[in-house]
Design a protein around this ligand. Structure first.
Ligand code: ZN
Length: 303
């Protein structure tokens, strides 16, 4: 009997045959540090807010343990400095540690010198906390876009080898680079190569569906699942992202934020943890590193 057409195989079977492992990633920051509230909450006041990042990240760690899955945690340097024991719990559980910058400043709002200072401070804070030097980076709000591509040279110069900051979509007010390569690819910078594992967006019924974050909370789980399944069918791993505050319906509300920001931040918080558990149980997930090791398709090189 001839082998069946790969496109007719059930997604799980296809995934296991090709050993696809989707990347499960967490941007470790607190509810008052997000870009949507940066004009309402001054960075100098961050210490004044009730901190919930440790408790929420611990809940994610317990969930991942329960599901026997490992993830990549992009930790904000400010958080690593104040909660070093949390960073140690993340690494002690076998997860990959990575950098989300120090001050959660949008890259395109910084000068190259300020960006270099920010990533250096984040790497130092993480290293001081757990002894690991982060070599993977995710920009706050995916803010490496066309006009901030200079940041890639600086990342390579400072010892980073992996990045997950360039969202190949259009239509979002803070991020997106529609001309960017959606596949995993190697970027040759002036200071060395960087492997770019872009956040994922799939087309479902003609609509672009980013995989993770606010879209995951807003849309039914089956839509995110369909987007992931679509990638499994073509042998590509998805990059899924979530934040600790997205499973915390009890977080204090930020006063004075605009309607769009409030909707994006607070929609479906109470449903996200069980929804995340179901998603993790429905597809094979692992760290960004595990996902790349199991990726059946070699990255394309982009000068
Ligand atoms: Zn962030």
């Amino acid at each position: 009997m001839s082998s069946p057409n790969a496109h007719e195989l059930p997604p799980q079977k296809l995934a296991s045959e090709h050993r696809i492992c989707h990347a499960l990633t967490v941007d470790v920051e607190d509810y008052y540090q997000v870009s949507a509230f940066e004009h309402r909450v001054s960075r100098s006041d961050w210490d004044q807010h009730e901190s919930r990042v440790e408790a929420n990240t611990d809940r994610l760690l317990a969930l991942f343990d329960d599901c026997e899955v490992r993830a990549t945690f992009f930790v904000l340097g400010w958080v690593a400095e104040r909660y070093p024991a949390l960073v140690r719990r993340i690494t002690a559980s076998g997860h990959q540690i990575a950098s989300h910058g120090y001050w959660h400043r949008l890259v395109y709002d910084l000068t190259p010198e300020q960006f270099a200072e920010d990533i250096t401070a984040s790497v130092d804070a993480i290293h001081n906390a757990c002894g690991v030097r982060a070599t993977a980076y995710r920009a706050p709000s995916f803010s490496i876009v066309e006009r901030s591509l200079w940041a890639l040279d600086i990342l390579a110069e400072h010892g980073f080898t992996h990045d997950s900051s360039i969202f190949p979509i259009s239509g979002h007010d803070r991020y997106g680079m529609p001309s960017a390569t959606p596949e995993i690819h190697t970027i040759s910078t002036k200071r060395g190569d960087l492997l770019e594992f872009p956040p994922t967006a799939s087309k479902i019924s003609g609509v672009t569906v980013p995989v993770g974050g606010g879209y995951f909370r807003l849309l039914p789980r089956r839509v995110t699942s369909a987007a992931i399944t679509q990638l499994e069918r073509i042998g590509r791993p998805a990059m899924f992202y979530i934040h600790p505050w997205e499973i915390d319906p009890g977080q204090p509300r930020i006063r004075g934020a605009g309607a769009k920001s409030r909707f994006r931040h607070y929609v479906n918080l109470a449903r996200t943890e069980p929804k995340l558990r179901r998603l993790i149980q429905s597809h094979p997930f692992g760290t960004m590193q595990q996902s790349l090791e199991n990726c059946p398709i070699a990255p394309v090189v982009q000068a």
